[in-house]
Design a protein around this ligand. Structure first.
Ligand SMILES: [Zn+2]
Length: 247
């Protein structure tokens, strides 16, 4: 056993002893590439979840800089990173925690006309954007490129997760026919709600990458942090959906 092999077996020992994972699937995880769209609150939790689980390559899209008001929830950034780019601060967090993880940073903002060619390098996209306009844009790009997407959203004490597999399941545009975007309003978010939702997104991500079943496909998981309740809401794919209806 060489040094590298010893390192991986030791670092991911507690994953490897899970019967449904084992060494083979752990190695599979190390070969996977996941693109995390947004390095804010959800992004912090998803990055931490996937890097620690042993996903080999993490890509991060974000064009914002760290602000003091982000630090009630975006735990991968520090006060000393204020005014630095979030992608750079996230890169630093990952490299300190897990130096062997490969990290690609994409300092860009996507819009409906984005070519987003680099998306194709990835096995899975995770929606950690904070604005609904960006979430719908991301949904459109992923459906067009046939890429799986794990949606997550949080507001105050509440949140939701949906796993979208193109050609198989309903997407964000199937759920909301004519979404209205209120981009001016800043919404309140309490960090434990973000951590619950980002952990569920990371869990879905690991299961998807390992080819496991029982994903949140056609099922919106809604979390109520006040009542401490989870609800599953069944969704149906719309044939006339503007994003996934063409398949
Ligand atoms: Zn759709």
């Amino acid at each position: 056993m060489n040094g590298n092999e010893f390192y991986y077996k030791e670092r991911y020992k507690r994953n490897i002893i899970i019967e449904s994972i084992g060494l083979e699937k752990q190695q599979k995880l190390l070969e996977k590439k996941v693109l995390i769209a947004g390095a804010g609150g959800l992004g912090s939790g998803v990055i931490a979840g996937l890097v620690s689980a042993g996903v080999g390559t993490i890509g991060i899209i974000d064009s914002d800089k760290v602000e003091l008001s982000n630090l009630n929830r975006q735990f991968i950034h520090r006060e000393s990173s204020i005014r630095s780019l979030k992608v750079e601060s996230a890169f630093e967090w990952i490299k300190n925690y897990s130096p062997k993880t490969s990290v690609n940073i994409h300092k860009t903002r996507i819009n409906d006309d984005s070519d987003a060619a680099f998306f194709r390098e990835y096995d899975l996209i995770i929606d950690c954007f904070d604005s609904y306009r960006s979430k719908f844009t991301l949904n459109k790009i992923c459906m067009k490129k046939g890429l799986a997407l794990i949606h997550g959203g949080v507001k105050e004490f509440y949140g939701q997760v949906l796993t979208i597999v193109p050609e198989k399941s309903s997407c964000l545009d199937c759920m909301f026919e004519n979404p209205e975007f209120d981009t001016e309003k800043t919404i309140g978010i309490i960090s434990p709600a973000v951590n619950v939702i980002s952990s569920i997104q990371a869990m879905e991500g690991v299961k998807f990458l390992l080819g496991m079943e029982d994903l949140l496909i056609d099922t919106l998981l809604a979390y109520d942090g006040i009542k401490q309740e989870f609800r599953k809401i069944s969704l149906k794919r719309r044939k006339d959906c503007i994003s996934c209806g063409g398949f």
